[in-house]
Ligand binder design. Sequence first.
Ligand SMILES: [Zn+2]
Length: 297
Amino acid sequence: MTAQPSEPLRLMAVHAHPDDESSKGAGTTARYAAEGVDVLVVTCTGGERGDILNPSFGPGPTSIEGTHELRRSEMLRAAEALGVRQEWLGFVDSGLPEGDPLPPLPDGCFGLVPVETAARPLVELVRAFRPHVMTTYDPSGGYPHPDHIMCHKVAYEAFCAAGDPSRYSGTGAPWEVMKLYYNHDFSMRKMRTIHEAMADAGLESPFGDWIESREAKEIPERRATTRVDVSAYFAQRDGALVAHASQIDPAGFFFAVPRDLEAEVWPWEEYELAESRVETSLPETDLFAGVRTGEQA
Ligand SMILES: [Zn+2]
């Protein structure tokens, strides 16, 4: 199955928790939605084990159920800010294990669900929504949270299996997604570029400690193949971030970079083309390169 000329393009962005869609690839989803692409954000978990990360938020809910409800309402406002649709897979946040040794993951959490079980509702959504392009995280999760690693696994599984009629029977007609991308919005190349530009402008960069600690860990940098210019959508991205009021500190690092400086030195969101079933040439500036009707190479 391929895109028909009359069909709108469709983009599915798969994320681990509510707020991840606003900190990774948010400008891209806002831009494509504004350009008429049907954009669906899929959130694997309810973010029930997220702490209150905004000091000005005040005391938060005291139960998993309370946090679940709070984060649902925040997600609704963030999706409105981006102009996208959003669906939940319905899994429960694993929490970020801390300590040495690390404690076991809580019973029933997303990180402990077998991949085929966890991917099933996503395969069903892919077969119903029929995206041409999907985005998610690289195999490391991009950040070592068990739900981010699991998010990669289920999205990759859905990309591979949704078009195969022998897999996941009972979840709808097969649909072959054309391209799969990994988000790379926290790369060292981005942090260094913005850090240096702020220093040159005589401003205090929020990324000094971050760069030092990342350099010490010597994490290999993954390649970016695709840069989408989203500078016209920074305001929508920022609106989506502040919608997650329990998670995002409006006085924190997300808002420390003047937007005109950001637009000048790093107007993009970056992606790595992980899998493609269409011809394209790298580097790209459009997630739908090779997909748009009449543009196939
Ligand atoms: Zn997350």
